[in-house]
Design a protein around this ligand. Structure first.
Ligand code: PEP
Length: 255
């Protein structure tokens, strides 16, 4: 945690969910009670085709909704893509950019991620910019170099604590059940904080830095208590309301 920063727990559904996910979303709305709302923010990122529907189910609640990607352009000949303006017009307020699965599956570069993040701001959305090292990079001691390069290339100059969240997701921890040592998470988050402060001053000090990679109800308390861990980006455990709310519960008793 970082003093004076309200954490956020965000659920990345990846390519899961359907028009039949209403009861699960309604359970989240019901479970995200006043006390929890006072402790943390919550966001969910369903597939683009479901986002407007999910936004209709969460309407009137404190849960924010967004998509897992956007195109850099506002409109045009980009078959299959979604503009940030479309997300905003469907009541989305956030977008994930640079998730490792997009960097790998769609060859997204840091420059692509930066362009998408700026597009999100253009439409008034918050960019959740994802970075993280591969297993081989961790093994060869390159983690902080990789994170430094990704931060420099993926986070555009106009980032503020209001329009940007950084998510640190070691690629080898995503969907594997593997979680770094607490000291490694602390080191990575301290490095990210230092880099953001050097570049953005006070805004960098206030920016939320999420940890992502096999967060579950059983490990959330320990991970969320680490310095500069201002919430979680959750994949697999965001697909069941009990698990996702179980992660949020880690905050109920935190000061
Ligand atoms: C993710 O998809 O961003 C993620 C962290 O997945 P998981 O929680 O399943 O590791």
């Amino acid at each position: 945690m970082t003093p004076d920063i309200k954490p956020i727990v965000a659920g990345n559904w990846k390519m899961n969910g359907s028009c039949g996910s209403e009861s699960m979303v309604r359970e989240l709305v019901a479970g995200f009670d006043q006390q929890l709302q006072g402790k943390l923010d919550m966001a969910i990122f369903p597939p683009a085709i479901l986002m407007a529907l999910v936004a209709s189910w969460t309407k009137g609640s404190a849960i924010a909704v967004g998509t897992q990607d956007c195109h850099a352009n506002e409109s045009g000949a980009h078959t299959g893509d979604t503009a940030a303006e479309m997300i905003a017009s469907a009541d989305g307020t956030m977008v994930l950019t640079g998730h490792s699965e997009r960097r790998v599956d769609h060859n997204e570069s840091d420059a692509d991620v930066a362009a998408k993040s700026e597009a999100a701001w253009r439409a008034g959305l918050v960019s959740v910019i994802c970075i993280g090292e591969l297993e081989a990079q961790r093994r060869s001691g390159e983690t902080l170099d990789v994170l430094g390069k990704q931060l420099a290339g993926s986070v555009p100059g106009g980032a503020t604590s209001a329009n940007t969240i950084v998510a640190y997701e070691p690629v080898w921890a995503i969907g594997t059940g593997l979680v770094p040592e607490a000291s490694d998470v602390e080191e990575a988050h301290a490095f990210i904080r230092k880099t953001l402060v050097e570049r953005f001053g006070d805004e960098g000090a206030k920016m939320r830095i999420l940890y992502g990679g096999s967060v579950k109800p059983g490990n959330a308390g320990e991970l969320m208590a680490i310095n500069n861990v201002d919430g979680a980006l959750v994949g697999g455990a965001s697909l069941k309301s009990a698990d996702f709310l179980g992660i949020c519960e880690a905050y109920r008793t935190m000061a």
